[in-house]
Design a binder for this molecule. Structure first.
Ligand code: FA5
Ligand code: MG
Length: 527
């Protein structure tokens, strides 16, 4: 039978999200805890650190039109198709994205609004700040709801022509007007690369170069100004070491060439944004085919955590005045002073996965009823869920690679050749950027994940049982039984409230409930 996802234990026929009603279907997988987050709109709350961060960034793009209240429920057309996501992109899986029904999702990124905003063509530039939703890992820098700001700037080729100039000329004139900064920026990347980061067929090299120069200079200015603002404040959150930033090549289905900007922070390079030259077909769809330009998407929590030294992403959701009272829009930025750290309580849960043969008619939470998991021979995706790579790496298919704020993170490598599918990926997580275009088995239609176990399902059960009392969930052991071929996993749950000490009784009760739900929902066998 189908698996129930919401905490009441049943799938409602329709759901109401604020004033709108949606029919659900077998794709529905959005728990009530996620729906409850929708009205919070943290990026609009007065004196909230995300609001302050948003306004700081906005102040660096004064001519851009801001959109801060776009509704979070979007179509798969907006979130994926309009942006050129291939039908088999991992980001479309129900293991990664919250669906209301087959055609309706909670946006996984602010890029979902690109085509519509370009279509309105209200100004040469825009900024969209919004809550975004992703099924993902649980740790101190990941939360299933976070906030992004999308920015874009375009120029009109025809208008340039009417002014007797090439559009590249016009853009370079605008580059010259940008503020100068004096920090060292590492950028060893060629303006474009024929395989890894290609020039679009409709762009002259000098056009792409001008757009890239304007994009990179604008974003460098934004980052430098923000960090200098914080540094200049008393009791600064920023250590005295000089700011170091660098550009690395990236891949997104909706920009080319593409890059990510990384900031050196406490010994590691931390990814703060993705960006690139807007794919011309998106501007065609938006009925502005004569325009060319750039777009970026930045994580507001990432920037706020750096600015204030906020140690845990759950804190943004806190209603505790010991957190909220530390931030003010009218005062200089100050390092966040953590209130006392309450004790952690670590508990392990070990289980055997269902063997794939026993999956027929089974309790997979991934396949909508009626889609056959057992009947379909395992694809390379399915196999990759079980072999080669630790399954811990299967979380974060939306997020970019450097997702930890403190742990050492590998340097992202150019990813457009051969590293894009889950089965061959060498990066710790396949970004939303990483197209599955190299998938050796192109399906005819969007398909749910081919796997019968995905650790995002473990994460979601932990969230459902514990709410914000789970600090992280990590895979500590996995092995395959040499005789039976069955796979065993061990996850370690860190139970810790940010606001109080948990009692033994309540931690034990949560852990018991978690164990039960793992069996009921995922069909695993506890060890
Ligand atoms: C995107 O979401 C693209 N839409 C960005 C983009 C826009 C590219 C426009 C090109 C043009 P990505 O999944 O890497 O890309 O997320 C963008 C940023 O959001 C990351 O750099 C990071 O700062 C932030 N981010 C991503 N995942 C998380 C997460 N789980 N928690 C906190 N911040 C995150
Ligand atoms: Mg990324």
């Amino acid at each position: 039978h189908s698996v129930r996802h919401n905490s009441s234990g049943t799938t409602p026929k329709e759901i109401r999200i604020e004033s709108r009603t949606y029919k659900t279907d077998e794709w529905y997988n959005t728990p009530s805890s996620i729906l409850d987050a929708i009205p919070r709109r943290l990026h609009l709350q007065p004196d909230h650190p995300l609001t302050i961060t948003r306004k700081l960034i906005e102040s660096r793009f004064p001519s851009h039109k801001t959109h801060n209240n776009l509704f979070p429920v979007v179509t798969t057309l907006q979130n994926f198709d309009s942006l050129g996501f291939p039908l088999d992109h991992v980001g479309r899986n129900r293991t990664d994205t919250y669906y209301v029904n087959k055609e309706t999702v909670l946006r996984t990124h602010t890029s979902a609004h690109q085509a519509d905003t370009f279509r309105n063509n209200e100004s040469e530039g825009y900024l969209i700040s919004a809550d975004v939703y992703r099924r993902d890992a649980i740790d101190r820098s990941h939360y299933p709801v976070f906030h992004q700001m999308e920015g874009a700037r375009t120029w009109d080729r025809q208008q340039a022509g009417r002014d007797g100039k090439s559009v590249a000329q016009v853009i370079w004139e605008d580059v010259a007007k940008l503020p100068k900064h004096d920090i060292a920026v590492e950028d060893p990347n060629p303006p474009f690369h024929i395989e890894r980061n290609p020039l679009q067929s409709r762009h002259a090299p000098e056009e792409a170069e001008a757009i890239a120069a304007h994009l990179k200079r604008s974003l460098e200015d934004m980052v430098v100004t923000i960090f200098n603002t914080a540094r200049g404040a008393a009791n600064t959150a920023i250590p005295d070491e000089p700011l170091k930033v660098r550009w690395v090549e990236a891949y997104f289905p909706f920009t080319s060439p593409s890059w990510e900007l990384e900031v050196f922070w406490q010994g590691d390079w931390l990814e703060v944004l993705g960006c690139g030259v807007v794919s011309q077909p998106i501007l065609d769809t938006a009925t502005v085919p004569e325009r060319v330009g750039w777009a970026f998407g930045i994580g507001l929590e990432r920037i706020a955590m750096l600015l204030y030294s906020i140690p845990d992403i759950r804190l943004f959701w806190s209603k505790d005045t010991r957190f909220l009272s530390q931030f003010s829009e009218s005062k200089p930025i100050k390092r966040f002073v953590p209130f006392s750290k309450y004790p952690a309580c670590l508990k392990d849960v070990s289980f055997w996965l269902r063997s794939s043969s026993s999956a027929a008619g089974g309790a997979s939470s991934i396949h909508p009823p009626g889609t056959s998991s057992a009947a379909t021979p395992p694809s390379s995706h399915a196999q990759s869920q079980y072999s080669a790579q630790p399954v811990i790496e299967k979380s974060g298919t939306h997020a970019g690679s450097p997702t930890k704020l403190s742990a050492a993170t590998p340097t992202p490598t150019p990813r457009s050749t051969g590293t894009a599918t889950l089965s061959t990926s060498t990066s710790p997580s396949a970004s939303i950027a990483e197209g599955a275009s190299e998938n050796p088995i192109p399906p005819a239609a969007p398909v749910p994940a081919q796997a019968i176990f995905h650790e995002n399902d473990v994460m979601e059960i932990a969230r459902e049982v514990c709410g914000d009392v789970v600090e992280d969930v990590r895979l500590t052991d996995e092995f395959v039984h040499p005789k039976t071929g069955r796979k065993s996993m061990c996850y370690r749950i860190n139970y810790r409230s940010l606001e109080r000490t948990l009692t033994n009784e309540e931690t034990n009760a949560m852990h018991e409930r978690l164990r039960t739900l793992l069996v009921v929902r995922l069909g695993v066998e506890l060890r």
